[in-house]
Design a protein around this ligand. Sequence first.
Ligand code: ZN
Length: 168
Amino acid sequence: MGQGPHWIGLTRAAAERGVPGVLSVPLAIGKPEERRMFEQLGIPTPSHACMVDITAQVQQIVARSGIKEGICHVFVPHTTAGLTINENADPTVQSDILRELDKIVPWRDGYDHAEGNAAAHIKASMMGASHAVLVVGGRLRLGTWQGIYLTEFDGPRSRQVWVKVVAG
Ligand code: ZN
């Protein structure tokens, strides 16, 4: 992977001015001899509950990794946002998912969690925090109609998505 941050979808100057967009930063953690790199996407979510298609940004990380065959791990380090893979052709699928989740888990329902966002925590767990997608020929091997979505349930916020591509 390259060094330094990579701004995807906007210029570095725009990113530094705080223009909404996506920032991808390669990160190194752990002891120097054990360091493994992964990348962090910064994803602004525009509303209280929404699904943000991050497929293109994840694909750019796959391409930059140079790995042709392997696995791409995508992880959300949040408790009120999740990840899901679903249809990216008809946007009404996303609005249907969000509306039905609201019916299953209403915002107010006598929850014990004092912060007031218990519904967001529950829906985040229903989505899950990670996915693994095959990498074939240097590209994410998704179904024809599939996209990778960050699912926001307590926005708008600036969210992170961690991405690690492993050869194999
Ligand atoms: Zn909470």
